[in-house]
Write a protein that binds this ligand. Structure first.
Ligand code: FAD
Length: 412
């Protein structure tokens, strides 16, 4: 039985679920205190990265087999058929344990709501249970060398041949594509219409002949993401999610849930403030006025992000419109992360960047990690554009390619 204050207000049904969640976690997971708070997940070898990926996948399978995956998904699709409070209570209990589904939790958060909204009932029956159990681990094959922020300008070509599309092109920055056995891919099916209207969203088995994923090395030493080359890859038309040429709609659902997930992630890790405070104490800088100001600023931001994240994730789980634009959450999270990196380095000084002890590595990753979070899932500038247009109702950016066929848009 938990002694957490959160249990005080539980209804009998909630208390029963909390006890079940606690019992499951005690039986299957390690308590969190056994894990150093300074541990960071950078894998400098492909073997280590693959092992971490598979550990996350195995944990997701354990969740699924014990009825704790997809808590708000329908029972007939492998979920628990629960409500947002099931997720909240489970997360409260899981905080005391070292549990993570790793990369697959990101694709479940992005692809799950997309399948529920845009896939046919038959496709949902086929893919949702495999997604929730991590039998299918999906990578995101969206970005291309010439299409990142301007994703709708993508060029990966798909030509229909009977019941299949034949896909040729290149994708890039595809996280974990070297480990995933399935992918969600955006392809150009109609070059004769404006860019947003000729895109199709497909699911693809990564073992299909003609697909090659090449890992890219990052400044952290890890190589979690890839270039993916596709040469005459045959994908069944039955794998289209949504409409042929109407792939922009499911793509937007993925991107919106990605922003919410990245922003909401800071809630899940339990916050950076305690580590920054400990760092300040270790270095005798707790009373330094500049450090104190930085700590107060960071604490305040972390709390705001947590509250925004909880509200958005609760809405996403209930498949309702988020009460806060996910772009606001992602932007706020990213900017907090920049401040955390700067503060960590200010406290630790230059040696914080060159040491190889656990805390030095944490500091290095705090500094370097801010770049990936401020680019992945849409850059800060793009999030600001989204907010200007969607949340503030400001005029759209001038677009010269809006009404012309994609094939006639000049490209470098
Ligand atoms: C850690 C990480 C993981 C990723 N994982 C994946 C993945 O799994 N799958 C996938 O498909 N992609 C992935 N990406 C790619 C990511 O979505 C793109 O990097 C991102 O959309 C930016 O595109 P780009 O790199 O082509 O930069 P560009 O679009 O070329 O942007 C370059 C610069 O110009 C600015 N800019 C561009 N357009 C505008 C504008 N209209 N207004 C103002 N400024 C603008 C940008 O903000 C940026 O500073 C990942 C990226 C990172 C960093």
């Amino acid at each position: 039985m938990t002694t957490d204050a959160t249990s005080v207000t539980d209804t009998p049904e909630q208390a029963e679920f909390r006890a079940a969640a606690r019992a499951f976690l005690e039986a299957h997971a390690k308590p969190r205190q056994q894990v150093s708070p300074w541990a960071v997940t950078v894998h400098r070898s492909q073997d280590a990265a693959r092992a971490a990926f598979e550990r996350g996948r195995a944990w997701q399978k354990t969740l699924f087999e014990n009825g704790f995956a997809g808590l708000t998904y329908p029972v007939e699709l492998g979920g628990r058929g629960g409500s947002a409070w099931h997720e909240r209570i489970y997360n409260e209990e899981a905080r005391s344990f070292d549990t993570s589904s790793g990369f697959v939790s990101a694709t479940i958060a992005m692809l799950g709501p997309t399948l529920m909204k845009h896939a046919t009932p038959e496709q949902q029956a086929l893919y949702v249970p495999k997604l929730l159990s991590a039998e299918y681990a999906f990578c995101q094959l969206f970005s291309e060398p010439g299409a990142g922020s301007d994703l709708a300008g993508l060029a990966c070509r798909a030509v229909r041949d009977g019941d299949e599309f034949v896909v040729t092109g290149q994708k890039v920055w595809n996280s974990a594509a070297q480990f995933c056995n399935w992918g969600m891919i955006l392809v150009r099916t109609n070059p004769d219409v404006p860019k947003h209207r000729g895109i199709t969203f497909l699911l693809v088995d990564m073992s299909t002949p003609g697909i090659e994923a090449r890992p890219l090395v990052q400044p952290t030493g890890g190589s979690e993401f890839n270039e993916v080359f596709l040469e005459e890859v045959r994908i069944p038309v039955a794998n289209v999610i949504g409409e042929i040429d109407g792939g922009w709609a499911p793509a937007r659902t993925v991107l919106s849930n990605e922003s919410a997930f990245i922003g909401g992630g800071s809630v899940a890790v339990g916050g950076r403030y305690p580590r920054l405070l400990e760092l300040a104490e270790m270095h005798g800088k707790r009373d330094d006025p500049t450090v104190r100001q930085g700590l107060a600023d960071f604490y305040m931001r972390e709390r705001i992000v947590a509250v925004m994240g909880e509200r958005i994730m609760a809405a996403v789980r209930q498949r309702q419109m988020p009460p806060v634009d996910p772009s606001a959450l992602k932007l706020f999270t990213t900017e907090s992360r920049v401040r955390s990196g700067n503060l960590a380095v200010a406290i630790r000084g230059a040696d914080g960047l060159v040491g190889d002890d656990e805390i030095a590595i944490w500091t290095q990753m705090e500094l370097l990690g801010r770049f990936s979070i401020s680019i992945g899932g849409g850059t800060n500038e793009v999030q600001k554009n989204n907010l200007a247009e969607r949340a503030l109702g400001l005029p759209r950016e001038p677009r010269t390619d809006h009404e012309i066929a994609w094939k006639d848009v000049p490209r470098s």
